[in-house]
Design a protein around this ligand. Structure first.
Ligand SMILES: *[C@@H]1O[C@H](CO)[C@@H](O)[C@H](O)[C@H]1NC(C)=O
Ligand SMILES: *[C@@H]1O[C@H](CO)[C@@H](O)[C@H](O)[C@H]1NC(C)=O
Ligand SMILES: *[C@@H]1O[C@H](CO)[C@@H](O)[C@H](O)[C@H]1NC(C)=O
Ligand SMILES: *[C@@H]1O[C@H](CO)[C@@H](O)[C@H](O)[C@H]1NC(C)=O
Length: 346
């Protein structure tokens, strides 16, 4: 049962928010809740940083297919829980992943409706990204095999440890497996909270022994919720902006869900960074979720989240999963050439 009270997260006034965004931009040249780790200095992305995010705008976006593979086989998501992970937090994340292909288990607008946009992407043989996403094996790295601070490279070593473990190693399935390294709220990761909330890449055979698509996403709940769990928390330096209530009662985890969605959509359509992306520089690709970052509903763009929904308890969400609600950013729909999501009002 969901009430369709639309929430328009419009900021106090356009002038205030413009000032705030300029302030933000001066602190972090790229908007801080951008999950991709690098600045895209002179890519089209940066040039249109404040204007690209309105749905319906397509003239500047040149999303191209670069002939590489997309994830067309049933996708299996293997999770590495790094650090201390309360069971309640794991449950929220597992439910989100299980909701991706649960077409009958949740009323629209649903997580599976959101994934449908991702399945519109094909490879050179015309095969679509898989509709099926399943939870695979899980590995706990509670004792922090690589310490409390991870670098971009040591993230790969954590994955190596998980697939080479003597006890219950994670299975190696390069064609269908993706690996999510999820770090607990006291773990520092290179660039985390600066301009990065998560990233995806693939492992190097020289480190891990295989080429495997993986993503890292951090729980920002303690370190920087205003940066990575927006709009459930807001940055201190934007006066007057109020956070909204999170749908599962955990600001850090509810914020992670959208970043997990972001990285899943990009891993599926650009797993080896040679398939679907915009921009001229393959080392700084602008991918299908980057293009719609911060957009959660109709009218979203710039600093404006678009129309979301409120549940009976006043929490804000935009899609239903299996017995839970989530707020997940939209992704680029290359068929219609704009950002789309299951809660679109048209
Ligand atoms: C981006 O450009 C600015 C100056 O225009 C420069 O200081 C900065 O180092 C550049 N960043 C990257 C990642 O190239
Ligand atoms: C992929 O998933 C679909 C639907 O869940 C299932 O019917 C099919 O057997 C699976 N294919 C493989 C190769 O596992
Ligand atoms: C595959 O993608 C194409 C667009 O690229 C779309 O027209 C088609 O409906 C998709 N097929 C499935 C089964 O989703
Ligand atoms: C960035 O801009 C510089 C100077 O304007 C140019 O030489 C370079 O090719 C540009 N890089 C990309 C990726 O567009």
């Amino acid at each position: 049962m969901s009430r369709w009270n639309s929430t328009n997260r419009r900021s106090p006034s356009p002038v205030t928010i413009l000032a705030a965004v300029l302030l933000l931009l001066s602190i972090h040249p790229s908007l801080s809740w951008r999950p991709w780790p690098h600045q895209k200095n002179n890519s089209t992305d940066l040039q249109f940083e404040t204007s690209k995010k309105y749905e319906g705008s397509s003239e500047f976006v040149k999303l191209r297919y670069h002939m590489g593979p997309v994830l067309t086989a049933n996708i299996t998501v293997h999770i590495i829980w790094y650090g201390t992970w309360p069971r309640a937090q794991k449950r929220i994340i597992r439910t989100f992943i299980n909701s991706i292909s649960a077409t009958a288990a949740a009323p629209p607008p649903s997580v599976s409706g959101w994934w449908k946009t991702v399945t519109q992407y094909t490879d050179q043989t015309g095969s679509n990204v898989s509709r099926t996403v399943r939870l695979g094996q899980e590995k706990n790295d509670r004792l922090l095999s690589h310490g409390k601070t991870l670098t971009r490279l040591s993230v790969q070593s954590v994955i190596k440890s998980a697939v080479n473990s003597k006890t219950k190693p994670l299975p190696v399935t390069p064609k269908s497996g993706v690996y999510l390294l999820l770090t607990a709220d006291d773990i520092h990761v290179q660039d985390f909270c600066q301009n990065v909330c998560g990233f995806h890449y693939f492992t190097f055979p020289s480190i891990v022994g295989y080429t495997l698509p993986y993503a890292w996403i951090g729980n920002s709940g303690r370190l920087c919720p205003g940066v990575c769990a927006y709009p459930f928390a807001v940055p201190d330096y934007i006066p007057g902006l109020k956070p909204v209530k999170s749908p599962n009662g955990d600001v850090g985890i509810d914020g992670m869900i959208s970043v997990i969605g972001h990285e899943m959509a990009e891993m599926a359509t650009n797993p080896l960074l040679n398939a679907w992306y915009a921009g001229g520089d393959p080392s700084f690709p602008v991918e299908i979720a980057d293009l719609c970052e911060g957009i959660y509903g109709t009218g979203g763009g710039g600093s404006y989240t678009g129309q979301m929904m409120n549940d009976g308890d006043g929490a804000t969400y935009n899609m239903n999963g299996i017995r839970r609600r989530f707020l997940v950013q939209w992704v680029w729909n290359h068929v219609v050439n704009y950002c789309s999501g299951p809660n679109a009002l048209d």
